[in-house]
Every structure is written in structure tokens, then in C-alpha cells.
Unconditional design. Structure first.
Length: 263
């Protein structure tokens, strides 16, 4: 994940902040001391000045931009810091890593599908619509169509076993094996033979076998599966070198936590 809690996934300010930092890096020529009017980002992104102010406040708090108040401009004139330029370079490297980008794409597509399926005004949404959603921006850049195709081919939505539902009994379909695969994808540092990963797969298999009889999943086994999955994902490291994993981990953790709340 981009460091210090900046997520280009879950909220509008976070997604815009990641894109703003890359835009500022380009506009400033990647040089310290160069000043750029942040108001120009509103026209570039077709967003409001209020959003730009929120973005500037967030990035300044992270120490990635310098705010120059002497101009009196609102939103202010800004420039990148050394830490911000280093972060932008790290994002470029992370985006160029196809494997971590595709792991993120799978988790992000599911998160978007879950949101689209539970909001009635998004009825009729297709997977292609995902490319224009906030979830489709990885480290400040829009995912490529090939990433969407990969995610669609490997996620298989909708799936046959119903796990997550909202209070109206609607939601998305995700097989136990698919959730186990998402959990394992969020921890690529662990081998397939790792005992913790194996336990997640075994619990998923047991729930799948039981579901074939038509009975509801055993509540105790399901909770063990979800809690163990969440704990395994959350135990992953949060280093700059694992940004792709941490973005996916945050999404998978949210999925599991929502299922635990609904259980």
C-alpha cells in the first residue's frame, strides 16, 4: 500500500490524492523548489476546488508536498518534497510489476462488484464499468484493460456459493475457494505448503463439501474460516516494498470483516 495510510481505493480523496501526487511530480519536472498552482488540478481532473483543498491537506500532512501560503491562492501553490518524489518513484515501480498489479486488480474488482451489487442505483453495471471506478486506480494510475481481463478470468464472478449478504438478503456470490484464493494472493510471501495457508484452504474445502448437500454452512466452521483468513491477511508486513500486497490485503480484510459483521 502507498505508505502512511494513503489508499487510492476506498474514498474519493484517497484516490484523487494518489493521482494528484503523480500529476504534481510531472508538472514540477520532478524538481524540488518548483511551485505549481494546485487549482490547475481541478481542470485537469475535472473535480471541484474543495476536493483539491482536501487532497492538498492530506498530502501535506503526509509530508509529500510543501504548501506555499505566501501567494494567498486558494487552493494554495504547492511543490513536491523529497519524500513525495521518492513515493511517486516507488509507485511507478509498483505499477510496472505486473504480478502485484494483477493481484490488486482481482481484489479491487471484487470490492467494486460487491459495492455495485449492493447499491440499487448501480443496477446493470458490467465489469467494464469497473475501469472508471475509484477502485480501478492502482498507485495513482488507471489499471489497463488487460488487467481487467485477467481479473475477470481468474475471479469468475458471480460464483455458485453464497457467502456475503446484506440485510435485505442480496449481495454478490463468492465461493469459499475463491475467498481462500484471494487470501493467499494477499500473502505471496507464504508458500502453498505453509501451514496457515493450508488451513485456510482446508476450511474452505470443508465448507464447500458441506454446502453441496444444500444445507446452510456450519456457523462455527464459517466463523473460523473467516477469522483465520482475516488474521492471516493482517499478519502480512506493511513495508514500502510490498505496496501491491498491502493494497490487496486491505481490500480482502474489508471483505472478510463485512462478512463477519453480517454473520
Amino acid at each position: 500500500m502507498p505508505t502512511n495510510g494513503l489508499s487510492p481505493v476506498y474514498d474519493e480523496t484517497g484516490a484523487a490524492s494518489a493521482r494528484f501526487l503523480l500529476w504534481l511530480t510531472e508538472e514540477s519536472g520532478g524538481a524540488l523548489g518548483n511551485r505549481v498552482a494546485s487549482s490547475a488540478y481541478a481542470a485537469h481532473e475535472r473535480c471541484t476546488l474543495d476536493l483539491v483543498e482536501a487532497v492538498v491537506e492530506r498530502l501535506a500532512a503526509l509530508g509529500w508536498i510543501t504548501v506555499h501560503n505566501d501567494s494567498g491562492a486558494v487552493p494554495p501553490v504547492v511543490g513536491p518534497t523529497a519524500a513525495g518524489l521518492a513515493e511517486a518513484r516507488a509507485w511507478d515501480e509498483a505499477y510496472d510489476d505486473r504480478d502485484t498489479r494483477r493481484r490488486y486488480a482481482k481484489a479491487a474488482l471484487f470490492a467494486w462488484w460487491d459495492r455495485a451489487g449492493q447499491q440499487h442505483h448501480l443496477g446493470g453495471a458490467t465489469a467494464e464499468d469497473f475501469l472508471w471506478a475509484p477502485e480501478a486506480f492502482y498507485c495513482g494510475r488507471q489499471l489497463a484493460l488487460e488487467d481487467l481481463e485477467y481479473a475477470k478470468d481468474h475471479l469468475e464472478l458471480p460464483a455458485p456459493v453464497h457467502i456475503g449478504v446484506d440485510d435485505r438478503g442480496t449481495g454478490v456470490f463468492l465461493s469459499f475457494e475463491q475467498l481462500a484464493t484471494l487470501v493467499q494472493a494477499a500473502r505471496p510471501d507464504l508458500s502453498e505448503s505453509d501451514s496457515e495457508v493450508r488451513q485456510v484452504r482446508e476450511l474452505a474445502s470443508a465448507l464447500t463439501d458441506a454446502s453441496r448437500t444444500g444445507a446452510a454452512p456450519d456457523a462455527t466452521t464459517l466463523e473460523r474460516f473467516l477469522r483465520h483468513s482475516r488474521d492471516l491477511v493482517q499478519s502480512g508486513s506493511r513495508s514500502v516494498g510490498s505496496m501491491g500486497r498491502d493494497l490487496a490485503s486491505g481490500i480482502v480484510t474489508d471483505i472478510v470483516n463485512s462478512m463477519l459483521r453480517l454473520g
